[in-house]
Structure formats: structure tokens, C-alpha cells
Design a protein. Structure first.
Length: 120
């Protein structure tokens, strides 16, 4: 497992970036860049269970381990999903993913860390 880190400076308010990341319409738009049909189904609250799915009912089941609105969203990934059903184990089980917003003089910095397999 590796944990790539990404950051970008945006001339926007944290609330606007947060909305762009996590509202259904916007989430579907930005995640389509790496998986057409991507969407999320679940409870967007700390401890909430989220299914991250592609257009064919595949994906992963995760939970929200940290949530501070307009500041931090962290997921723990648990099991894979096939045909919209959770599987007994998953390739990304134990992996984490986080999205952090930091206010800057010009807007906000988005920092992303995502555990992944080296081949990805």
C-alpha cells in the first residue's frame, strides 16, 4: 500500500469547495473523471456507512471516521461491492482516504490523502 498526497490552492470559500466535493450532483461530476457513473449512497455523517459505486453496481463500502463540515472528511474502506451487494472481504479493506480544507490568504487549500495499491 502507498499513500499519495495531493494539494491544490483554490480561490474559493471552504463552504463552496465542501459543496463541490460532497453534494450528489457535484460528486458525480468530479468522480466521473476517473470512473464514469460514480456516485455515493449512504449517510453523510460521522460513523455513517457509504457505498461508493460505479455505474455497474461495483465499488466499495466505507464509513466516515472523521467529519468536520467545511474542514475534514475521512473515510475508512471496508469491503468491496459487486452487483450492489457487500462482499465478505475487500481489496481495499483497512485503507483510508481523507479530504482536508485549510483556509489560506487567497481562499482554501484542498489536501487529499488516499491509501491505494502500488499498481494504481
Amino acid at each position: 500500500m502507498i499513500t499519495p498526497k495531493y494539494s491544490i490552492e483554490l480561490d474559493a470559500a471552504p463552504a463552496s469547495v465542501w459543496e463541490a466535493l460532497w453534494t450528489d450532483e457535484h460528486f458525480r461530476h468530479w468522480t466521473a473523471a476517473f470512473c464514469e457513473g460514480s456516485h455515493a449512497v449512504g449517510e453523510w455523517k460521522k460513523g455513517g456507512k457509504i457505498h461508493f459505486l460505479d455505474g455497474q453496481g461495483r465499488g466499495m463500502c466505507s464509513s466516515i471516521s472523521q467529519l468536520e463540515t467545511n474542514h475534514l472528511m475521512e473515510f475508512n474502506h471496508h469491503v468491496d461491492i459487486e452487483n450492489v451487494a457487500e462482499q465478505p472481504s475487500g481489496a481495499f479493506e483497512g485503507y483510508k482516504e481523507s479530504y482536508r480544507l485549510e483556509t489560506t490568504d487567497n481562499g482554501v487549500r484542498l489536501l487529499i490523502e488516499a491509501d491505494t495499491m502500488e499498481e494504481y
